[in-house]
Write a protein that binds this ligand. Structure first.
Ligand code: TYD
Ligand code: MG
Length: 453
């Protein structure tokens, strides 16, 4: 094959790797194969109504970690293949080690394949996790063939491969971690998982730049893709399902890294609201993490820029979304920030991935720009939610009632949100960004209706 430096599809350099080509079943005689014209129909298969298809038993293994089970859709499905991605140091080895410890303690056979760390290093981590973790069987091995052989003979019920990028097969050229090797390893493990009914968790590294190069190519192959996120310097971690054949993808688990491993944070709102300051540029977002309402603090900083193209720096929200929100503020609220640097941060290293976060970003930026804090009548931080339309309207988002009642639970009332739908008590409904800004900066004396007048 000719050397190709640039990918013809994505225009990235040095992303192409050589892979073993599958041997053609039989060389086409005519020499012009490929367009299917030479295919002959084979013997017919038999289709049956779905109701006659035998139901598989989806009895699941509980990992003993409630937040992990919830994100998985109720635990690990036997024979399933799970990809757990995250940046180095985020806690992938810790969470999988803890899960195996609980499973092993419950009498479910486990195997922890460490291709990165020595068995002694794995033991050192296990010591921190408690006595149950020492019952997990470990295999420090990076040869794919040896790992497959071990799984074949030991038949664990749940097996962790840490990490899939460090597995390598002698039969393939290419360095460990190259796309070809990773795909080959994952394919072989997937085949074995299904055949033997072993649930396999593949750990995959994702770089901070969000390049999923390694793991991304595996997403179609696995039943479930989990993403472990957070900042290494902070203790907060969120675990979310990006794909799940056996459950919802909206669930998010929240953890805190402590000295004895990861602890589940059952009431994240309490922690985040406690930290919320109510200072200028700060607002509380009543967000939905899956089916659970969570209050998070959104902060903004606006400062005069010395750059020709001012900075737009985001943490925890999408950068393009900030661009859109700034444009809406400029056009519909006469809040032009064309010569200012704008920084937006979701506190705690949390990511909010829903359009319902728009209003919080807009209000935080406006508050930072005006130098006025956003507080409720009692001096508590203000809570809000809602999506911004390009026309400056505030749009309805799902679960208004649950967002409002979560805020009320922490004494944050009223909650600024979109009008329309069922308006729960405690909601200050606003129809547009202008109305929301008026209400937010009116000292809350006036109702939004009169503020809008
Ligand atoms: P690790 O699970 O090794 O991360 P990954 O496998 O994703 O690269 O753990 C990452 C960090 O967590 C590491 O810097 C040490 C810290 N840690 C604790 O703070 N407490 C603990 O009990 C453990 C096991 C690790
Ligand atoms: Mg690790």
């Amino acid at each position: 094959m000719a050397w190709t430096g640039q990918c013809p599809d994505c225009r990235e350099w040095n992303t192409l790797v050589e892979q073993a080509a599958p041997r053609p079943a039989s060389a086409p005689a005519s020499g012009k194969a490929g367009n299917g014209r030479n295919l002959k129909p084979g013997a017919p298969g038999r289709s049956i109504p779905l109701r006659e298809v035998e139901m598989v038993n989806l009895e699941r293994f509980s990992t003993g970690i409630g937040e992990l089970d919830r994100v998985l859709g109720g635990g690990i499905v036997p024979g399933s293949l799970i990809l757990l991605g995250g940046s180095p140091g985020i806690g992938k080895s810790t969470v999988t080690g803890m899960a195996l410890a609980n499973l092993q303690a419950a009498g479910i056979e486990t195997l922890y394949v460490s291709a990165e760390e020595s068995a002694a290093q794995v033991r050192m981590r296990a010591e921190r996790l408690g006595p149950a973790a020492l019952g997990v069987k470990v295999l420090a091995e990076s040869s794919l063939e040896t790992v497959l052989g071990t799984i074949e003979s030991e038949r664990p019920s749940v097996c962790v491969i840490d990490s899939v990028q460090t597995m390598h097969s002698a039969g393939l050229s290419g360095a460990p971690g190259s796309v070809g090797q990773v795909r080959e390893a994952a394919n072989a493990l997937a085949e074995q998982a299904k055949r033997l009914g072993v649930a396999i968790i593949l750990v995959g590294h994702v770089t901070k730049e969000g390049s999923l190069a390694g793991p991304r190519v595996l997403e179609h192959l696995v039943d479930c893709v989990l993403s472990f996120e957070g900042e290494r310097e902070r203790t907060w971690r969120t675990l979310r399902a990006i794909k799940n054949r056996f459950g919802a993808t909206s669930e998010v688990g929240v953890f805190e890294m402590r000295s004895g491993g990861l602890t589940e944070v059952l009431d994240p709102s309490a922690r985040f609201v406690e930290e919320a300051t109510g200072a200028q540029g700060s607002v509380v977002l009543a967000s939905m993490e899956g089916t659970r309402p969570v209050l998070v603090e959104v902060q903004a900083l606006v400062s005069p820029s010395e750059l020709e193209v001012p900075r737009r720096v985001v943490n925890g929200i999408d950068r393009n979304r900030l661009g859109m929100i700034l444009a809406v503020l400029a056009r519909h609220a006469r809040l032009g920030l064309g010569t200012a640097d704008v920084f937006v941060n979701v506190v705690g290293g949390v990511r909010v991935d829903e359009p319902g976060a728009d209003l919080a970003v807009a209000l935080a930026v406006a508050s930072a720009q005006r130098g006025e804090p956003l507080t409720g009548p009692d001096g508590r931080p203000m809570a809000c939610f809602g999506e911004l339309g390009l026309t400056g309207d505030l749009r309805y988002v799902a679960h208004a009632d649950r967002r409002v009642s979560e805020a009320a639970k922490f004494g944050l009332s009223p909650v600024l949100g979109p009008a329309g739908g069922e308006s729960p008590g405690g909601l200050a409904p606003c129809a547009s960004i202008r109305q929301a800004l008026k209400f937010a900066f009116s000292g809350n004396q006036a109702s939004p209706e009169s503020a809008a007048a």
